[in-house]
Design a protein around this ligand. Structure first.
Ligand SMILES: Nc1ncnc2c1ncn2[C@@H]1O[C@H](COP(=O)(O)OP(=O)(O)O)[C@@H](O)[C@H]1O
Ligand SMILES: C[C@H](O)[C@H](O)[C@@H](O)C(=O)COP(=O)(O)O
Ligand SMILES: [Mg+2]
Length: 472
């Protein structure tokens, strides 16, 4: 009997419900529902619209009913680090504040007064991003301690949606590793660290791993939707799910290309050496207790903001075409500069950077877009060099997955700049990884190796070779 699984993949710019099932050894997908996601200003905070996002999940499930589809399971993945806190009556004490909110400004430095940076990295192996959960919680402790005193439950965003679906509370492993509060070796909450920071340990839940069946829908939801299903934990960190769907059984460098660019490799143990710290790599948790040794690069957020600055007048495809036409324009910014995390106006910020560094100043949409893409390609090349230096080996190929793999100009740029073969696709890698984790839990797929073989057979992957010869 064919099993049908629904992946709910909510990235920073869009969410989607995608139905997946196996047919003649291939993975088939059907997009059921797609919706926009964005950060809004609520009072003095930048927040996600958690209630709206949950309603969109229900809207997607209702569409299944209308289509006569009764899925066997659902799995939810979203962006990392962000969370909600519930009180003793399981009511939210906080909005779903976004990692782009300035409340964490200066918090990393305050935490380093309690635990030195090197020790924090040795224990957690997590990259230093100013918005990590540890700094968000420390900000709440410093500025609104009464919130933390009342908090009885810490749920990351996917955990929270799972709770709303099932009434069950759990923290999922791949996502909680992004908090920088989990010990990289024990894979448990680091209670000594929490004590050191004065954050109450009791609000954290048991850490459960991908492929766990959390439960079924609450009765009122079964009545509302007209059917029940199993709620399964995929890798609830979206990048954790994306990496599962990298269509390559052998080792490769992946770039999960969406709002963020996450560039790295899959590894079997945490790498917390000084060089990894200096290059700010992370050891986020993967499925089957693998490690995702990667680093965040600002990503296509920059072109999303450029597009918004142009009042969404141009599609992403048009911006790529404009960039191609601006082939002679050359200026490169450091995309990982915090100034690009949430500038008032991304175009102006890019122009200011070019003025400050004595470079040509982009004026047309094509010049701005080309500057973004050239700058991303350079940052990818730097990361590739850092990975090869740390692993003391050369990687032959790069797999680009996610929405950004549709950017053929950037794919070719990556091949040219890194002098490596670039394989682009699948676009919906995150949803695919989410679905195969559910199908493994439902005993439809045996293991990761089989999953990747199925993904490779099922989806188109485009190859890009460096235009200049590869010199060893
Ligand atoms: N047709 C296209 N051509 C070029 N780039 C595209 C195209 N469609 C989407 N993109 C890129 O993909 C990005 C969205 O990727 P996605 O993985 O959906 O993001 P997220 O999961 O972070 O919301 C967009 O910001 C855009 O830059
Ligand atoms: C803030 C985190 O680093 C971010 O969530 C990143 O880990 C991630 O997964 C982004 O996924 P997108 O699909 O939003 O690019
Ligand atoms: Mg995504």
């Amino acid at each position: 009997m064919t099993k049908y699984s629904i992946a709910v993949d909510i990235g920073a710019s869009s969410g989607r419900l995608i139905l997946g099932w196996l047919e003649n050894g291939l993975l088939k997908l059907e997009e059921i529902h797609r919706f926009e996601n964005k950060i809004i200003q609520k009072g003095d905070s930048y927040c996600w619209e958690a209630d709206k996002l949950f309603q969109e999940i229900k809207n997607g499930l209702k569409k299944c009913k209308e289509l006569g589809i009764k899925p066997d399971s659902i799995g939810i993945d979203t962006w990392a680090v962000d969370f909600v806190l519930l009180d003793e009556k399981d009511q939210p004490l906080t909005d779903a504040v976004s990692y782009r909110d300035p409340r964490t400004d200066g918090m990393m430095e305050q935490v380093f007064e309690k635990i030195i940076k090197e020790r924090l990295y040795l224990e957690t192996g997590i990259q230093f991003q100013k918005f990590n959960t540890i700094y968000q919680l420390y900000s709440i402790k410093q500025n609104t301690p009464e919130i933390l005193d009342q908090a009885k439950s810490f749920l990351m965003i996917p955990d929270y949606f799972n709770y709303l679906l099932t009434g069950k509370k759990a923290n999922e492993y791949t996502n909680v590793t992004s908090t920088q509060l989990v010990n990289a070796f024990t894979k448990k909450w680091d209670h000594d660290l929490l004590d050191l920071l004065g954050i109450n340990k009791e609000m954290f839940h048991e850490i459960k791993t991908p492929k766990t069946v959390l439960g079924t829908l609450k009765e009122e939801l079964v009545s509302e939707l007209g059917f029940d299903l199993q709620v399964i934990l995929p890798a609830t960190h979206d990048t954790g799910s994306a990496v599962i769907a990298v269509p390559e059984e052998n080792e490769t460098i992946y770039i999960s290309s969406g709002t963020w660019s996450l560039i790295g490799v899959e590894n079997y143990f945490p790498i917390c050496v000084t060089k990894a710290l200096d290059y700010n790599f992370t050891n986020e948790g993967g499925i089957d207790y693998q490690y995702r040794f990667l680093k965040n690069i600002m990503g296509l957020w920059m072109i999303q903001e450029v597009r918004r600055n142009y009042n969404n007048e141009y599609s992403f495809a048009e911006l790529v075409d404009f960039a191609r036409e601006a082939r002679d324009f050359k200026a490169v910014v450091n995309v990982n500069d915090d100034r690009f995390l949430k500038p008032e106006n991304m175009i102006q910020e890019i122009m200011n950077y070019c003025v400050e560094t004595g470079q040509p100043i982009p004026g047309t949409p094509g010049e701005v877009a080309k500057c973004v893409y050239d700058s991303l390609a350079v940052s990818y090349q730097d990361a590739v060099h850092e990975i090869e230096e740390i692993f003391e080996k050369r990687f032959e190929k790069i797999n680009v997955i996610g929405g950004g793999c549709q950017n053929e100009m950037l794919n070719q740029l990556v091949a040219d700049v890194t002098k490596k073969e670039v394989y682009a696709g699948p676009v919906e890698a995150t949803a695919i990884g989410n679905i195969v984790a559910q199908l493994m839990a439902l005993d439809e797929i045996n293991d990761i190796k089989e999953a990747r073989t199925i993904v490779k057979k099922s989806f188109e992957v485009k190859k890009y070779l460096p235009t200049a010869p590869i010199t060893n």
